[in-house]
Design a protein around this ligand. Sequence first.
Ligand code: NG1
Length: 497
Amino acid sequence: MANNVPVPTYDSLDRIYDLKSLAKQGPRYNSLVEKFTSLYGRKPDFIARSPGRVNLIGEHVDYSGFGVLPMAIERDVIIAVATTDKDSKVRIANTNTKYEPREFDFEGKDTIVTIDSTKHEWSNYFKCGYKGMLERADNLDKPKGMYLLMDGTVPAGSGLSSSAAVVCTSALATIEANKLPLTKQELTEIAIVAERNVGVNSGGMDQSASVFSEQQYALHVDFVPQLSARLVRLPETQPPMAFVIANTLVTADKFVSGPRNYNLRVVEVRMAALFLSKALGLPQPVDTLKEVYDAFAAQQNLTESSDVVKYDALLDRIRTIFPQDSSNGEGYSLEEVSDMTGLPVQTLKEKYMTRFPVETDYFRLIQRTHHVLTEAKRVVEFEQVCTKSPADTLEQLGAIMNASQESCDKFFNCSCPEINQVCDIARKHGAFGARLTGAGWGGCTVMLTSESNVPTLIEAIKEGYYRQKFPDLTQEELEDAVLSTKPGSGSAVFTGF
Ligand code: NG1
């Protein structure tokens, strides 16, 4: 796939959305243009657009260096833009009146614009994209002034990457307004770095999915040796497939639960990689399970073999390699990890537990390794089913998603009762597969079903989950909590109004 191409400009919405969505999207775009015109007294020059995303398979494998398979969703952020040469001021408003209009000035080539990341302020996300872009624009002394009106349909804070959608759209609006010659790859790289300005250390999956996706395709994103993305066509099935996303509305605050959840998992898989490199007699100690996987394949002369063969060989080899723990299967104490890796306890603490604190009595290296390797293998298998498209494609893809959920729950312990409940309801109401998506411990689930079953499935989740657990949700909150989507297209500029 060509990553070094400019972001496309379309003059027809059917290049961006599924035909069935046009009846909704057409009026939405018209209304944006009308509101823009009445707000600023002129028509926009163009509309920039980037979508949110959902990860289909490949959970908690990215920080071990393995690839993931997200897709863009239809929900997106669109920004209508007009430019002026009279000044370099940016005026930004939002169709959602909860977000008040803001104005800021270009502060010169060094600062570009000040972003106060201690404040939870919606316009910061626009500033991120704007600043990221202009930092790269060496030949531009004075950027255009901009009039902007934003409309977003990706629910905020739901695990669907609303922030990446805003940052990518903002960066794209800035590129287009100033006629900067940038490719999709550059836009993605800038958006990744730019989002760190609001204090989020993002890995790159979200921005890649937002920029590179295409209708009908998922996206295989690799992180090593460098960030790269490749389109994976989702097969045309009979019945046609659809995805439903349901937010459990249980929020896991990463900062509060990090030491016991996310950050601890990062430490456990790194400890496992170090132990395995020693136990397998690999040429040097390594930090990630992907490095273990690559070095083991080389050691066993499997470099030319298929990925599935390599995963199976490694999984088979490590089945008996971990020592017995002294906690009856709870996991290893720090002292035991010290014996296994040959690093003194103090060194382990400094290496793994200082920058991001972790809280635990036991390190569950066997279970975490099993999850990561089987999940990375499931990414490969999911892609293979998509490519081969057998008669029972939906059943096979669903089974892979269910196996992922089970592994997340049993081996990675990143599910929770609410996620399990939503997945159970889904499977009983026509989902071929259902799993958590994103970090877990709450957040969103994704389900694979047939297009015709979408209303039944959504109603079953509303009835069996939301009306029981969150009876006071407004209609709008409910529509944001559970939604259907198809693999949507990535960033684009629209001029057909
Ligand atoms: P979410 O919960 O979607 O932000 C997080 C990580 C991903 C990945 C998944 C688990 C951040 C910003 N994102 O995703 O990189 O590790 O968990 O697969 O930390």
